[in-house]
Write a protein that binds this ligand. Sequence first.
Ligand code: AMP
Ligand code: ZN
Length: 664
Amino acid sequence: MTIAEKIQNLRAALHQHNHNYYILDNPTISDYDFDMLLKQLQELETAYPEFDDPNSPTKRVGGGITKNFETVVHENRMYSLDNSYSKEDLLDWEKRVRKIVDGPVSYTCELKYDGASISLTYVNGQLQQAITRGDGFQGDNVTENIKTIRTVPLQLKGDFPEKFDIRGEIVLPFEGFVKMNEARIEAGEEPYANPRNTASGSLKLQDSSETAKRPLECLLYSLVGVNLGVTTQFESLEKARSWGFKVPEIAALAHSIDEVMEFVNLWDKKRTNLPYETDGVVIKINNLQQQEELGYTAKVPRWAMAYKFKAEQVVTKLESVAYQVGRTGAITPVANLEPVNLAGTTVKRASLHNADQIEKLDIRISDTVFVEKGGEIIPKIVGVAVESRAEDSVPIQYATHCPECDTLLVRTEGDAKHYCPNEFHCPPQVIGRIEHFISRKAMDIEGLGGETVALLVKQGLVHDYTDLYTLTVEDILPLERIAQKSAENLVNGVAASVKIPFERVLFAIGIRFVGETVAKKLAKHFKDIEALANASVETLENVDEIGVKIAQSVVAYFNNEVNIKQIEKLRNFGVQLKLSAEDLEGQTETLSGNSYVVSGVFTQVSRKELKELIEKHGGKVSSAISSKTSYLIAGDKMGPSKLAKAESLKVPILSEADFLAMLP
Ligand code: AMP
Ligand code: ZN
């Protein structure tokens, strides 16, 4: 046997033993024998470095140091999940689903593992990279650390596709977590607060041999890619399991919401016996083609729903109420609580949302309150023990003035929140608007963080985001803690931002209610900022997906002289205030005034391309057929009930070829 063969054999054997031990829970050799094989391999690899393999079983022990984790854009975005809390919520979801898909619907029910999300890429059966979720668009490359997790296969087996991504959750099972904390306490260190945060922190350790010491597990739940040879979610779980991944066996197929609820109720009870933390059930439309029909909203898939288990509740005392001022001037009341332990973390504050909420709860200072952890990071107060309240207690007087700038607060009708109207001088608003302007999805100005912005504002160097464009290195250097290099980065980052496309500028300037998606819509529709500034509420409302609230907010924004002046300044600095020639290329109004529903499978263009074509030529895309639909574009395998609906509403039906022929 050659050395190369010997090394190959050892690696294959060790991969298999690892699988037997960690995935199948069924070791076929002793730990001692395993260690001996590993040692042999290590010695051979040291003696013959020319046979190095980044996915060798010896890499499990870590040792690689990552100083800065590289940011990587996800090839396919990592979405969040919509939440539901009751059977009614699920029935509502089912209704929305049935409006879009045809035929029988079945659901895969899985547990919702509470850890850190991860996306693994495999090429030719080898782990290629592991990226954290990050903001969903891009995350950190933590491959070195992930390799040390024994349940992550480094080499797949069976009939795996050539290239795919698989998503899952890195969790820290209770047992290992408790052991880790015992060791920490013994060493005189502070114990970790909860398994989830510890798991997530473990992925970002610089020394991978430290990660290797943590008893992390990787539980997988979804395949992403093309031509994966699976047609349902349930099947993809089974496939992934057969390739060597740890896919929990607790998953079931349900054929109705009643059956889904059976799974939910069963596991809400039994989950306390599970080795790791779960916070709900994830319900997914089983048929992958139906999933594709359903698609995504700006944040979540329409084909999945998380059902949150009822959260743990604790009792504590309300000590005081503070008021926070957000970027838009919105005031959020925050409860200061007597510290209490809730689901593994110490809770000192809770959100009270708005004045109505305070009134509804009739919450008063010194009250005994019930606190719950919802989906948000900050817990909420869900009730008050009225009977144990002191006799002389009085209702809370909601703040009348801004805690930051002392301006009289306003509350417009129909708005739940109070606002500080001093938008151009109230410090958190000024800082918040600039922070929003420079953020990644807006102008993406590198080299400028939140702290620096606050400093620049405090020193009077910057009053609004337009001032960023006149900053020089000499201006910035005298600030505390700013090095030459950072100052240069900042100035260069600002200069580079003039290339950011119009749609993102529109998002960056911070018009209330104009988020990323709306900004995109408005940019596409109006093409330049003058046209948008001149639009009336009525014109705006006629744009697809723009409601009256957004329309009024846009008009109010452009009626404010300060805003107009700022935009003029941005124009002088060369910021993009219209669509680029590239964006406009090929755009027409051929389909203007028509709205389309797209359904089925297409052959010449993908469904996504089809939708882009519609929008490029001035048409609207909607997801469900109604009397307002101008055309249904029908591909292969379109369900019969959608067809029937189109026919009953007399919506004309186009084939893919018919539609493509309509384009210029
Ligand atoms: P949230 O962060 O509450 O929006 O929930 C979405 C996250 O749930 C995803 O990013 C996943 O990391 C996580 N998750 C846990 N278990 C599952 C599962 N079985 N299927 C899908 N997502 C899951
Ligand atoms: Zn204020």
